[in-house]
Design a binder for this molecule. Structure first.
Ligand code: BG6
Length: 286
């Protein structure tokens, strides 16, 4: 494996990333967080991910944009509010294990295992691998092995940021499902409309979905998302919350929405000692 030729430094940072360029796409993947930061489809000449102009590339800090991974918990920690929001995977330095290339594109394997630091936050032995396939589509595989002597529970999400004109975007695929409205005392509501449109701050967890979504822009299909994981989250900070986020420009709430996929709330996963579980996500132009 000759990986050196793929490695670059992130802007104004010591953090390393993998730069992929092939017939199908251009991609940039940060080893910090195993986070895909950019994916440009050559076929459609389209960026499929949004990365904040104000994103910071610093050890231990989440990068705003692309696909951060929330693990081993989504959102606030269930019992200890002092622990990092969305877990530690997005704030950790992962290890590059392999990069291969074939006629379908590049395949990048990155791994995170428990350390003294992760055990302070979550006291289990584990191996988490992210396999990232950069081809005509962007495909991610999450493969988690419980290396502990005890079963553990986890929630997770691929917190994907998609480039859209927010007020002209709509998310299809969630009609008739229930959601937890995180902006209204976590009330459980039903998605009645076919598409979710954005007219205010939006922060909803949909525990059980089909895993298939389309983002439309001005009524035209824009991006398609498919996941074997059951839950979804739809988020946009809108004006006031964007002002509070130091790494989002004040008017950048108009440039992206998050449609996240994972296992959350009622879909929390319990994994026995020695067992492995896998989930897939694919993102493509629609
Ligand atoms: C979403 C949550 O998934 O992530 C929101 O539902 C949260 O409540 C958002 O504000 C961003 O979180 P963070 O930690 O990356 O600022």
């Amino acid at each position: 494996m000759e990986v050196q030729k793929y490695l670059v430094k992130l802007e104004n940072s010591e953090l390393e990333a993998i730069q992929i360029s092939n017939l199908f796409c251009e991609a940039l993947i940060s080893l910090h967080g195993a986070q895909v930061l950019k994916f440009h489809s050559k076929k459609c000449n389209k960026d499929l991910l949004w990365l904040s102009d104000l994103a910071k590339f610093e050890t231990g800090k989440a990068i705003r944009g692309g696909i951060p991974l929330c693990f081993p918990w989504f959102g606030g920690h269930p019992t200890d509010a002092n622990l990092p929001a969305h877990g530690f995977a997005r704030n950790s330095l992962w290890q590059l294990k392999d990069i291969t290339e074939d006629t379908a594109g590049h395949h990048v394997l990155i791994e995170l295992t428990d350390t003294a630091a992760t055990r302070q936050l979550w006291n289990y032995a584990f191996k988490l691998q992210m396999l990232i396939h950069c081809g005509e589509e962007l495909k991610l595989e999450f493969k988690l092995q419980n290396l502990d002597q005890h079963a553990f529970e986890f929630t997770f999400a691929w917190h994907s940021y998609f480039p859209v004109v927010t007020q002209h975007a709509s998310v299809l695929g969630l009609q008739d499902t229930h959601y937890i409205d995180q902006l209204d005392e976590n009330k459980v509501k039903t998605q009645t409309s076919q598409g979710i449109e954005f007219t205010a701050e939006t922060d909803r967890v949909y525990p059980k979905t089909s895993g298939k979504f389309i983002i439309q822009q001005n009524g035209e299909n824009h991006i398609q998302i498919q996941s074997t994981a059951k839950s979804a989250v739809v988020w946009n900070p809108w004006i006031k919350k964007a002002e509070r986020l130091a790494d989002v420009a004040n008017d950048a709430w108009q440039e992206f929405i998050c449609v996240e996929t994972g296992q959350i709330a009622s879909e929390k996963v319990s994994l026995d000692a020695g067992e492995t579980v896998q989930y897939q996500l694919s993102i493509a132009t629609a």
